[in-house]
Write a protein that binds this ligand. Structure first.
Ligand code: SF4
Length: 435
């Protein structure tokens, strides 16, 4: 079996070269892009890159695997259920991914420096070891992976076993994100999850046994039938397992999903209860050693998800596969949601034709996105950086003042960030600051 060997950390000349391409815009390529999938369809991030501020930063690589065993009732992320694909489809998709990655390196004739790889979906753990091996082999040719690159795979507990996890670990995957969602079987069943609490526990122990020392668990708050007590049980069980990272996402009812279409048949906990439970959870997790470094994300020291930090810091990233997103040379791209068309792609032009340019950000939009993304993080935004981004920084800073006075925002050491209470009402404050 081939072992992924990340390259030593360097300031890649390629990264510089890519930055130099800014002037050539809009001839930049599309590598694909996507919203961050928290393996749940819960939170959507809008990305931005402040190119001129990130000259020497490494890139994040995202790879979308659009296959699931079945569709969970709340999920609107792009993935096909088992009835919509065959083994040949998965093989063909992985071959097309390999092609897309290699075409990137051919195009530039140089390699890009990257320090994170994130397999999201869908359910990436439906892939077999040979699929990962093929993708890694292409990544090795196209990118300089730093020696400590974070390589994450999102997973569904019912697709994990010790053999697969050991193979994944051997291939160099060093971070596992498990979509637990709840440790209450009734709640899991209500939203069409195929796994049980036992599956999730077993998967976790197998992952540990296989050598994963960086594991994240995703939980959902607001599931039908969920109560204060049942969520407490879920968070207690999560803490008992002692993962390095815990995400707590609020359920979002997305139009078109079965949960949305039949919402009157479900009994959802009310918003006030969810907000209370969330506040309790923040305190509980903190007491147990998990710092809240982002609105919905908690980690033990040194275990923040570095890939997602790329998004929140406005760094550059490239995505491969259908529905994948990239933010590159100041332009956002999204790849179309069409697996068959993706598999048919043979040339760089074919892949580019599958991409849609979403947005070209002007200076003011960059500044707004910088504030918006940075305020998701507990470290908030840098006043100096904002001043570099826009001549209108006073406009935003002035709007922050009243929230600093009433304690919803904190200003400290040249940065502005939300207090705990401010995080709870962050959406309304953000729209007041930005618009
Ligand atoms: S397993 Fe994850 S990606 Fe697949 S349908 Fe369920 S929530 Fe969506």
């Amino acid at each position: 079996m081939r072992i992924l060997k990340p390259k030593s950390e360097t300031n890649s000349p390629v990264t510089d070269d890519l930055h130099g391409l800014t002037s050539k815009y809009p001839e930049t390529e599309c590598f694909g892009l996507r919203d961050v999938n928290v393996e749940a369809g819960i939170v959507r991030f809008k990305f931005i890159k402040q190119l001129h501020l990130n000259k020497m930063k490494n890139t994040g690589i995202y790879i979308h695997i659009p296959f699931c065993r079945s569709k969970c009732y709340y999920c609107d992320f792009y993935s096909l259920p088992a009835s919509g694909y065959s083994t040949e489809t998965v093989d063909g998709y992985v071959t097309a991914l390999e092609r897309q990655i290699l075409l990137l390196s051919e195009k530039y004739g140089k390699r890009i420096s990257a320090d994170t790889v994130f397999f999201g979906g869908g359910t990436p753990t439906l892939l077999e070891a040979r699929h990962f091996e093929k993708i890694f082999s292409a990544l090795e040719k196209a990118f300089d992976l730093t020696h400590n690159a974070e390589i994450t795979v999102e997973s569904n507990p019912c697709t994990l076993d010790c053999e697969k996890l050991t193979a994944m670990r051997t291939l160099g995957i060093n971070r596992l994100s498990i979509g637990v969602q709840s440790f209450c079987d009734d709640e899991l069943k209500t939203v069409g999850r195929l796994h049980s609490a036992k599956h999730a526990n077993d998967a976790f122990f197998c992952a540990r046994k296989s050598g994963f020392d960086n594991i994240g668990l995703d939980l959902i708050l607001g599931l039908p039938g969920q109560t204060r007590e049942s969520f407490l049980r879920t968070s207690e069980q999560a803490v008992l397992l002692a993962p390095e990272h815990i995400s707590v996402y609020g359920l979002s009812l997305e139009e078109g999903t079965p949960l949305y279409n039949h919402r009157e048949n479900y009994s959802f906990p009310d918003e006030e209860t969810c907000a209370d439970v969330f506040s309790d959870t923040v305190r509980y997790l903190r007491k147990n050693g998990y710092s809240r470094y982002e609105i919905s994300n908690f980690s033990k020291e040194g275990y923040q998800c570095r890939h997602n930090l790329h998004y929140w810091h406005g760094d550059e990233y490239v995505g491969f596969g259908v529905a994948a997103s990239s933010f590159y040379n100041g332009v956002r791209y999204t790849a179309k949601k069409d697996v068959s068309a993706f598999i048919r792609c043979r040339t760089a032009a074919d892949f580019e034709a599958l991409c849609v340019t979403e947005e070209v950000l002007g200076k003011e939009e960059r500044a707004r996105e910088y504030i918006m993304l940075s305020l998701r993080l507990s470290e908030g935004f840098s006043v100096n950086k904002l001043k570099e981004l826009t001549r209108n920084s006073d406009f935003y800073l002035k709007r922050c003042e009243k929230y600093i006075e009433n304690g919803l925002l904190v200003k400290k050491s040249g940065r502005i960030f939300f207090s705990d209470h401010g995080f709870e009402v962050s959406n309304s404050i953000l729209s007041e600051i930005l618009y």
